[in-house]
Design a protein around this ligand. Structure first.
Ligand code: SF4
Length: 334
C-alpha cells in the first residue's frame, strides 16, 4: 500500500483474526494525555511553577533527560505517555466496570516505537501490583505476525475499534507527528484559558524541520513554544534553556526525527527501494488529513473523555487521575 495510506480499519481487522481480543484505539489515551498535560501546563503557568514544561510522552527523550540532564527532571510533565495511560485505565476503570480481575487482563500495545519496550518495564509505572502494559509490540512486529499468519492484509474489510475506547479527536490523531502533541495541547489549553477559543490549527508547529518555534497569546497569556525532534535537536534546545538564551513556556520533544511516525519500530525503506519517498512527510500528511476531515478535533470535546472523567477521574489532575495517570522520573547514571 502507498506510504501514507490510512490502514487503521484493516489493522483492527487483522488483529481480530490473530486472537480473541478487544482492540482499542490508542488515540483515545492521546486525548487523555492532552487533558492532563494541558491542565498541568496551565497550573504551572498560573501557579508560577517550573517552566518551561517539557512533554514526557516519548520514553526515548525521557530516558535521555534522566541520563544527561537530570537537573531538568522537574521540567518534565508528570503525565504518563498514552501507552502507559491506556494500560492504567484498562487495569483500573475497565476492570472495575467489567468485573475483571486485573491479573486476568493481558495488555498488549502496538506502537511505532522500540523505546516503548523499555517504558513498559519502568518500576514506577504500575497500577497496583500490575504493570500498566504487559507487552509492547512494534508495528513491524505486528506486520510480521500478520504475514506469518497468512492473512491477506490488503483484502481485509475495515473493522471498527471496540467500545468504549473507539472515538478519539483529531488532536489525538496528530500525536504521532512532530508538533502534533504541541498543537493538540494548545487546542485544549486555549479553550481552558479562553472558554470561547476556536483556535484549532497552529501551523507554525507543523512540518518536519528539526526545531520549530512560535509565540501565541492565548486567553491573554503569552505562550512561547518550541518543538524539537531528534535527540541532537533536543540537546540544542535544552542547552539554550540552560544558558538562559531561550525562555520558552512549553517544549515538545520527540526522540525520533519527524516524531513517532518515523519511530524505530516502523516499517522502513532501504536505499534499494525505487520511488524513494519522504516517509516523515507522507505519514504526517496522512495524520493531518485525517484530523482535518474530522468533526471532533479537540481532545476535551471527545465523548470518551467526558465518560472517563464523569465516571472515574472527576477532573484532570484530581487525586485518582494523579495516582493512575502521572509518574515520577529517576536520575540515571551515564
Ligand atoms: S518519538 Fe520515537 S522514541 Fe519517542 S515515542 Fe515516538 S517512536 Fe518512541
Amino acid at each position: 500500500m502507498p506510504v501514507g495510506t490510512n490502514a487503521e480499519g484493516k489493522m483492527v481487522a487483522a488483529i481480530k483474526r490473530l486472537g480473541d481480543v478487544k482492540v482499542f484505539n490508542m488515540d483515545v489515551t492521546a486525548d487523555l494525555t492532552i487533558m492532563e498535560e494541558a491542565n498541568e501546563l496551565i497550573e504551572r503557568v498560573k501557579g508560577g511553577k517550573t517552566l518551561p514544561m517539557f512533554t514526557s510522552c516519548c520514553p526515548g527523550w525521557v530516558k535521555f533527560c534522566e541520563h544527561y540532564y537530570p537537573e531538568f527532571l522537574p521540567h518534565l510533565s508528570s503525565c504518563k505517555s498514552p501507552q502507559q495511560m491506556f494500560g492504567a485505565v484498562l487495569k483500573s476503570y475497565y476492570c472495575e466496570k467489567n468485573g475483571i480481575d486485573p491479573k486476568d487482563l493481558f495488555v498488549v500495545s502496538v506502537i511505532p516505537c522500540t523505546a516503548k519496550k523499555f517504558e513498559v518495564t519502568r518500576e514506577e509505572q504500575r497500577t497496583g501490583d500490575f504493570d500498566d502494559v504487559d507487552v509492547a509490540l512494534t508495528t513491524r512486529e505486528l506486520a510480521r505476525m500478520i504475514k506469518n499468519s497468512a492473512i491477506k492484509f490488503t483484502d481485509l474489510e475495515d473493522e471498527k475499534w471496540d467500545d468504549p475506547f473507539e472515538t478519539a479527536s483529531g488532536g489525538g490523531a496528530i500525536f504521532g507527528a512532530t508538533g502534533g502533541v504541541m498543537e493538540a495541547a494548545l487546542r485544549t489549553a486555549a479553550n481552558i484559558l479562553d472558554g470561547t477559543s476556536n483556535a484549532v490549527e497552529f501551523h507554525e508547529v507543523r512540518g518536519t524541520q528539526g526545531i520549530k518555534e512560535a509565540t501565541y497569546t492565548v486567553g491573554g497569556v503569552e505562550v512561547k513554544v518550541a518543538v524539537a525532534s531528534g535527540l541532537a535537536n533536543a540537546r540544542k534546545i535544552v542547552e539554550q534553556v540552560k544558558s538562559g538564551e531561550k525562555d520558552y513556556t512549553f517544549v515538545e520533544i520527540m526522540a525520533c526525527p519527524g516524531g513517532c511516525i518515523n519511530g524505530g519500530g516502523q516499517p522502513y525503506q532501504t536505499d534499494s527501494v525505487r520511488n524513494y519517498v519522504d516517509l516523515k512527510a507522507e505519514r504526517a500528511k496522512a495524520l493531518y488529513d485525517l484530523d482535518s476531515s474530522m468533526e471532533l478535533r479537540k481532545s476535551h470535546e471527545s465523548p470518551v473523555m467526558k465518560l472517563l472523567y464523569d465516571e472515574y477521574f472527576e477532573a484532570p489532575g484530581k487525586e485518582k487521575a494523579h495516582k493512575l495517570l502521572h509518574t515520577p522520573y529517576v536520575k540515571r547514571g551515564h
